[in-house]
Ligand binder design. Structure first.
Ligand code: COA
Length: 703
């Protein structure tokens, strides 16, 4: 049912233009003209209070006067009149309201926008926009927009939050040779969002790849859900990646979470291939819309020039697909198609003598070989060869082994003839680029797609031995005292309820008690100030480590108290925490924030200077399974330290990944209460010896 309604937005069979005009230069004129120019086959109903005819169509004063059914109403009248016409559209039974008009939430008129959405919901209509360029669809011959014309026909679909950029990409599709079936300007996303687009396009027979320009998602969880379940590749360029709210954040995690980092992780979790910039979005879209995924890591490069081969080799390493020497039988087969001074290793250099036949034979032989997962075919224009002939050889080879078995990307470096040949290749469904590194990056995108689809499919199985009710009781006590900052012991008790291994930590409210607890725990011990008003204990001189013996305990007790009072005279001091001193091990930090877009989000990094100075951390939208957590451990630059670098024993990555997974479950379960949290440091011991949370901090949401 929902899909039928969205047909009215993305593939309307009849269109009304509210605000259609006979005055050239008005958007209401251009939209009608564009429908004519694009040869739209369905009925067009211009709505205009004054004119009886608009650009050859019979016009109506109100949509309610139109005799036939209407799928979509394109709204090009000033914002303040939109609610009234929305109501009339609802009464008429319109499915999709395409609101081109600006002047809504983007300039602060949020209520006006909400009013339109509410009206639409009353009538079961969907709203695209407001503040959009419109919808363009080659398969529907429909340019319901004020963009200059339909894009170069092809199999990709573009959704863009920026209207101007959509128009630019529309015209650039011809020069960049990237074909699109649909381009959708999504505007303010008051109702129809990227998730809806994914759901609809995934069912659309005219689309093979979904491409997005994203400035910000509103419902990140819905986007992840839709992307994960999609069967088609999705590629996204995320703009606006500066850190947000960093200064105000109370915890480590908050200050480290730039929105860009979380988007990058969320895309990976959802199986979305990232684009680095606008050019990359075009190039990767071309590859993903035309070629199958690259299922393994074995990339073979075939070339007639050493230079482009070296450039491709460098690019392959940069893209995470480093070249390996081809196996002996593959080399032997390829050797037949080159002079004795050629090289069949990888890159395969057939030398400048290579013509159509050598290209055709070696591409065919390579694609048929089991070892090859993806193929980059490079060509430098020479006086002895005709680029178009080479292109024809490549195409014939691909067809001979069965197109769409393995991905191929081509790069021709040369002049006009090379350009013509590449245009011909793209029309034949073979991506072709000006530079060898771009062809390699295109294959990397196809490989990233295959890889991320594997991990994004992994399901999270909740741990059953957790005690959410206990955690909630602790939270309720803190709330009863009107606090949002939890003490270390309260925080640790919450962690304990989720099965996290925390260091034995007790509270002393007198010097005597501190001595007693220390003797029970066993020396040496750690002593720390406990005050809901002192979050950064070290800064307050509130931590003493390696405290050994009764005298030392008494002295530490007094010093810590004095320091804390000096740091913050009015601080509510609950006592001093006495804690077992865990033997040193590799320090890591775990943390969480409540991301405004994605909700509870988990952070992981190495502790100490790695987090303080290098900010070497990674994020995942929670929850994450232990298998996905292992990927988090591999993500950071310091990953080799946990694997056992420079003679160190490997650390207990298995125990750590379970801790990450349990932590992620905790922040999801308690997502309505917990705003931020840290486990810092967490000590990670050698393989099989586990991990221990030494310090913990939980900050609740404001009541
Ligand atoms: N029903 C039908 N037609 C109506 C109407 C109504 N309730 N109210 C007005 N109209 C007619 C007008 O008479 C006019 O037709 P005319 O040329 O025959 O006189 C036409 O609709 C347009 O109205 P007008 O008041 O002239 O507006 P406009 O064309 O100057 O501007 C918008 C309207 C929507 C284009 C403008 O308000 C706007 O939002 N522009 C920005 C669009 C944009 O940039 N979008 C985002 C891209 S990223």
């Amino acid at each position: 049912m929902k899909h039928d309604v969205l047909d009215g937005v993305f593939s309307p069979k009849s269109i009304a233009v509210i605000g259609a005009s006979n005055t050239k230069g008005k958007i209401g004129y251009t939209v009608v003209d564009n429908l004519i120019q694009s040869n739209y086959q369905g009925p067009v109903y211009p709505i205009n209070p004054k004119d009886a005819e608009i650009q050859g169509f019979k016009a109506y004063p109100s949509i309610l006067d139109v005799p036939g059914e209407i799928d979509a109403a394109v709204v090009v009248i000033p914002a303040k009149f939109v609610p009234q016409v929305a109501k009339e559209c609802g009464e008429k039974g319109v499915k999709g309201l395409l609101v081109i008009a600006s002047g809504f939430s983007e300039v602060g008129y949020i209520d006006l926008e909400l009013q339109v959405v509410e009206i639409a919901q009353q009538y079961g209509m969907r709203v695209l926009g407001p503040n959009i360029v419109g919808v363009l669809s080659n398969s529907d011959n429909c340019n319901a927009s004020f963009a200059p014309g339909l894009p170069l026909p092809g199999k990709a679909a573009l959704g863009s939050q920026s209207g101007a950029l959509l128009i630019a990409m529309d015209t650039a599709s011809y020069t960049r040779r990237v074909g699109f079936d649909k381009m959708v300007s999504i505007g303010n996303m008051s109702d129809v969002n990227f998730g809806d687009m994914i759901d609809w396009l995934d069912q659309d027979k005219n689309t093979t790849c979904i491409s997005f320009y994203i400035e910000g998602l509103q419902d990140g969880q819905n986007f992840i859900r839709a992307a994960r379940s999609a069967q088609k590749p999705i590629i996204a360029l995320k703009a606006g990646t500066s850190a947000h709210g960093a200064a105000a954040a109370a915890s480590h995690t908050g200050s480290l979470a730039g929105s860009g980092k979380i988007y990058t992780s969320a895309f990976e979790q959802a199986g979305v291939v990232p684009a680095a910039d606008l050019n990359n979005l075009f190039d990767r879209t071309q590859a993903l819309s035309l070629q199958p995924p690259m299922k393994g890591k074995n990339l073979l490069v075939i070339t007639n020039g050493g230079g482009v081969g070296v450039l491709a080799t460098d690019a392959a390493e940069r893209s995470g697909l480093p070249l390996h020497f081809a196996p002996a039988d593959l080399q032997a087969g390829l050797k037949k198609h080159m002079p004795s001074f050629g090289s069949a290793k990888n890159p395969v250099d057939m030398t400048g003598m290579a013509g159509k036949e050598w290209y055709q034979d070696s591409v065919q032989f390579a694609l048929a070989h089991d070892w090859v997962d993806g193929l980059a075919v490079l060509y430098c224009e020479t006086a002895m060869t005709a680029p178009l002939e080479i292109a024809k050889g490549i195409k014939a080879a691909i067809e001979a082994v069965g197109a769409h078995q393995k991905p191929v990307a081509v790069s021709f470096v040369g002049g006009k003839d090379s350009q013509t040949a590449m245009r011909w290749l793209v029309e034949a469904g073979i991506p072709a680029y000006d530079a060898p590194d771009t062809a390699v990056d295109a294959l990397a995108a196809l490989h990233e797609y295959a890889e991320s689809k594997k991990t994004s499919a992994a399901k999270f199985e909740p741990f059953v031995d957790v005690h959410e009710a206990t955690a909630r009781e602790i939270i309720a006590q803190v709330r009863a005292e009107g606090r949002t900052g939890m003490t270390e012991i309260e925080s640790k008790n919450i962690f304990k309820a989720y099965g996290l291994p925390v260091a034995d930590t007790r509270l002393a409210t007198s010097e005597e008690e501190a001595v007693q607890l220390a003797e029970n725990i066993g020396y040496p011990i750690v002593m720390k100030i406990m005050s809901p008003d002192i979050l950064h204990k070290s800064d307050a001189g509130g931590v003493k480590v390696n405290v050994n013996g009764e005298t030392a305990v008494r002295e530490a007790y007094r010093t810590i108290l004095a320091n804390a009072k000096e740091y913050k005279a009015e601080a509510d001091i609950r006592g001093i925490v006495v804690q077992e001193m865990a033997p040193w091990a590799t320090e890591v930090i775990l943390g969480s924030i409540n991301d405004p877009t994605f909700g509870p989000t988990l952070m992981f990094g190495l502790g100490g200077i790695f987090v303080e100075i290098l900010k070497d951390v990674t994020f995942r939208v929670a929850p994450v399974s232990p298998e996905q957590s292992i990927k988090m451990l591999d993500d950071i630059k310091g990953a080799p330290i946990l694997k056992g670098a420079r003679g160190e024993e490997p650390r207990d990555r298995v125990a750590l990944s379970e801790v990450l997974s349990r932590y992620s479950q905790m922040i999801v379960d308690l997502g309505d209460e917990v705003n931020e949290s840290d486990a810092n440091p967490v000590l990670v011991y050698a393989e099989g010896e586990g991990v221990i949370v030494v310090d913990a901090r939980v900050i609740l949401k404001e009541a």
